[in-house]
Design a protein around this ligand. Structure first.
Ligand SMILES: Cc1cc2nc3c(=O)[nH]c(=O)nc-3n(C[C@H](O)[C@H](O)[C@H](O)COP(=O)(O)O)c2cc1C
Length: 357
């Protein structure tokens, strides 16, 4: 564990656990919650949980590191709201690969280094933020709202483009349609997605991760029935049309690109997205992901060229106004906090998973 800089005061350990409580409310791809946390003397280590990778849709782990970035951002905002100073260090040499170390100290008398003059506003939005996967009402955003989103997203190595022009929205929707069709034609993609869908309430409550039926606007059903209905009701064309129409219903689209294709840039993209999502939530806006055109490599390059992006597009978000949906599950803290150097905490056992199905 690292030592504190001379002249800085440690933050109390109970607060550190509280910061993690807010970190785990972060979004993650397929709600895998691919993180573990280790608490040290005035520091928290955020580490990837390799058992929760998505090898088909995310073979290089860029979405996994973005998810860690979202958790990091929540943690930093919670610490700043509590009056502490949170200083992240990306992938230090003396820690396990993939570790983000966050050093937490009492701030000095001046807080000139604080990024946000009002972290409490973003903090209050953490438990409210959700991915709202329904159509939006298309009401336009004001110029002040667009400027606020842009300001919230500012982050080194990350370039964001906010799209409201209808022709540009159409270009993005067409790319999403093409990517979605390609993905749903790939049996490996569909199998990985189905693995993370929690069709029944029992499954959802046992695992407390993955995509619960209620968060996708579906009624809970037994797993066998859910799989059968999915095969019947979803197909590449239908899913692609639905995705494109949802993009068209948004007030604005937001594309996040990284100007360096590295894990640090991916973490920073996650931070940038989470800050914008919290800012939007505080303003009463909803958001949802439509990452397909960033995931399918052949479509991604075409999207980059069509939008003139300076780097790799990694996230596509739609924003707008809609009624909320039921919240997603999260695993309890004891499932994600581990002792430094120890194995990751236990997961539901095979017998628990069988019982849930
Ligand atoms: C890096 C990343 C990629 C995501 N990709 C998608 C996606 O392609 N489609 C989607 O519907 N949701 C996507 N999500 C949203 C997650 O499924 C969602 O955050 C998770 O289910 C938890 O729900 P919540 O955001 O409501 O807390 C993504 C989230 C992250 C952080």
């Amino acid at each position: 564990m690292a030592f504190l800089e001379p002249g800085t005061e440690p933050v109390h350990c109970d607060s550190l656990i509280d910061f993690i409580r807010y970190a785990v409310m972060a979004p993650s791809g397929h709600n895998t919650q691919p993180w573990t946390f280790a608490v040290g003397h005035s520091e928290i280590l955020i580490q990837p949980d390799s058992k929760r990778r998505l090898p088909v849709v995310d073979p290089d782990d860029h979405a996994l590191f973005m998810s860690l970035g979202c958790a990091l951002e929540n943690l930093v905002i919670a610490a700043e709201t509590a009056g502490a100073q949170a200083t992240p260090e990306y992938f230090p040499d003396d820690a396990e690969p993939g570790t983000i170390r966050v050093q937490l100290t009492e701030p000095g008398p001046t807080r000139e280094d604080s990024r946000d003059p009002d972290p409490a506003r973003l903090f209050a939005a953490i438990p409210v933020r959700q991915s709202t996967r329904r159509g939006y009402d298309g009401r336009p955003f004001s110029p002040a709202a667009i400027a606020g989103l842009e300001a919230a997203a500012a982050e080194p190595l990350v370039f964001t483009q906010i799209i409201t022009d209808r022709n540009a929205v159409e270009i993005v929707a067409n790319h999403a349609e093409a990517a979605c069709q390609a993905q749903f034609r790939d049996p490996a993609f569909v199998a990985e997605l189905m693995h993370w869908i929690r069709f029944s309430r029992k499954e959802a409550e046992t695992f407390r991760d993955g995509l619960a039926a209620r968060t996708m606007g579906l009624p809970p059903v037994p797993r066998w029935l859910g799989l059968w209905l999915m095969r019947l009701a979803t197909g590449p064309k239908r899913e692609a049309t639905r995705t494109a129409n949802q993009l068209r219903s948004a007030s604005a689209l937001m594309v996040f690109s990284v100007t360096a294709d590295t894990p640090e840039a991916w973490v920073r993209a996650g931070r940038s997205f989470e800050r914008s999502a919290l800012w939007a939530t505080a303003e009463g806006m909803k958001h949802a992901h439509a990452n397909m055109p960033c995931e399918a490599p052949h479509v991604r390059e075409r999207l980059r060229q069509a939008l003139g992006l300076p780097g790799r597009p990694v996230l596509l978000i739609r924003l707008g106004y809609a009624e909320p949906m039921p919240p997603a599950y999260r695993r309890p803290l004891e499932a994600v906090i581990r002792q430094p150097g120890a194995e990751s905490p236990p997961h539901p056992t095979a017998s628990a998973s069988d019982a849930a199905r």
